[in-house]
Design a protein around this ligand. Structure first.
Ligand SMILES: [Zn+2]
Length: 486
């Protein structure tokens, strides 16, 4: 297939609005942003679709709205706007922000539900769950503390109610072979093995796609059963196709299946099993690749509300700026590995890598070109070989940045070894030629460095390219990365 016809569709999960954006949300969104920018650079802007958004239905949201003395719609308007603000502050360039309360989404979900029912994939049965009377909702085993609802300090009661179920079992063999063949790729390998293990252990019963209106008052009505509301899975997971205007939209024709869906480990099962099963039931292809990152810890501790150690990405942007924040977050650990955020490392790395590493190199080199060559560096052919591009395409962001930073270190060492200030003071024409050659090499490296991290820090990248490509190269008047005040 020619490059012109290729496309790239990337998604983050839709984030639950019961929460404000934290570093985990930011990480997933930054990863998707970098991949989207990387592919836009290769395929053109029109060939890339980057989707993010918010998941806004459910009993917990209704509960939080009541606590905030707002209607659920007003409440979700406010919280989803906070997500949008944070992505704006981080300079995230998505194509579409979907909300599950969008009328267009709700309408298509109803169509999807009807299709699933008409094609015989749904049946009604008894759902038995733990119900907290205080919360007025079913709560999961994992939410309990010492067997009790932590909000109400009471033991939930077992409750049976009629629900509609999706026939997941029927699709498991087909999902298994899709995962094994790589048609549905799961990265990293450990997560692929986990999913295959779940299927082999037969630990995946049919799941319910509805709840009674009493249990979930805030949600999409089941079109054929007025006492039931759609439960999270069909509503939330189908956002990836409703955003493209499934079934007949131009974007759907062009972009489905998704090329990469980025998500956290906590929702692996739903994306690797429930979602492909729903797609198979709709006669649609599965996403090509799921990219799973691990749980976040902060300084080795689990991130939690009670510990108060959740990092607000807006606070990082205030200190470091949007682009440096993205660099600092992605350079801390490899994608898919244990994700421990060391808060102290941010300022250390900011100073070492950005202020003293990259920023200083740009200053040194441009200053010498200005001083010794009167800004005339005379470059005929700009290099086209960039660094770390294969790594970016394969989700190895930390490794890609590592390669780029090796080049920065190499150049700083090159300056120290060749002492251009001595060459500049010499009257010999040999030394002058040597100096020009050295500075040309350094300027071309700056160009390679800037172009190579374009997807991570597009504005800084452009600023450096503008400086080195100028007819008259001058040292920047403002520091690229200002020193921290404290
Ligand atoms: Zn409760």
């Amino acid at each position: 297939m020619s490059d012109k016809l290729r496309k790239f569709y990337i998604t983050t999960p839709i984030y639950y609005v019961n929460d404000k954006p934290h570093i985990g949300h930011a990480y997933t969104t930054i990863v998707a942003d970098v991949l989207a920018r990387f592919h836009r650079g290769k395929l053109g802007r029109d060939q890339v679709f980057f989707l993010t958004g918010t998941d806004e239905h459910g009993a917990k949201v209704a509960e939080a709205a009541t606590k905030a003395n707002l209607s659920p719609q007003k409440f979700t308007d406010q919280v989803s706007a906070r997500f949008k603000d944070t992505w704006k502050n981080l300079a995230i360039d998505y194509n579409h922000f979907i909300r599950t309360t969008d009328a267009s989404h709700e309408k298509i979900v109803v169509e999807i539900l009807k299709k699933l029912k008409d094609s015989g994939h749904l049946y009604d049965g008894d759902y038995e769950g733990l119900y907290c009377v205080g919360c007025e909702r079913f709560i999961s085993e994992s939410e309990l503390v010492d067997g009790k609802c932590p909000d109400h300090n009471r033991v939930p009661e077992k409750l049976v109610e009629k629900n509609w179920f999706f026939n997941l079992q029927k699709f498991l063999p087909k999902i298994k072979s899709a995962i094994e063949s790589g048609g549905l790729a799961i990265y990293p390998q450990t997560r692929k093995n986990e999913v295959l293990g779940l299927i082999d252990k037969q630990a995946l019963p049919d799941f319910s796609i509805s709840r009674s209106k009493q249990a979930v008052p805030w949600g999409i009505d089941l079109p054929w059963d007025k006492d039931q509301k759609t439960y999270v899975w069909v509503d939330a997971l189908s956002n990836y196709i409703t955003a493209l205007d499934y079934p007949k939209g131009k974007d759907f024709e062009k972009f489905w299946p998704a090329d990469v869906q980025v998500l956290g480990l906590d929702i692996l099962k739903f994306h690797a099993v429930y979602w492909p099963a729903m797609l198979m039931a709709l006669d649609l292809p599965s996403p090509k690749k799921l990219a799973i990152h691990g749980y976040f810890t902060i300084d080795g501790k689990k991130m939690s509300k009670s510990l108060g150690n959740a990092i607000d990405p807006d606070d990082l942007v205030k200190i470091y700026g949007a682009e440096a924040t993205k660099y600092l977050i992605l350079s801390q650990f490899s994608f898919g590995q244990e994700s421990d955020i060391k808060v102290e490392d941010f300022s250390v790395k900011y100073n070492a890598d950005l202020v003293n590493g990259l920023g200083n190199l740009v200053n040194r080199v441009t200053n010498m070109v200005e001083k010794y060559l009167a800004g005339d560096i005379d470059i005929k052919n700009w290099p086209s070989d960039l660094v770390g591009q294969e790594e970016i395409g394969n989700l190895r962001f930390k490794e890609a940045l590592g390669l780029i930073w090796q080049l920065i270190q190499k150049d700083n060492a090159l300056i120290d070894e060749n002492k251009p200030w001595q060459l500049g003071a010499s009257e010999s024409s040999g030394d002058k030629a040597k100096l020009k050659k050295l500075l040309q090499e350094l300027i071309m490296d700056l160009y390679i460095i800037a172009k190579s991290f374009q997807a991570f820090m597009p504005m800084k990248s452009q600023a450096i390219v503008d400086i080195v490509e100028a007819k008259n190269v001058q040292k920047p008047t403002e520091p690229l990365f200002p020193r921290l005040n404290n």
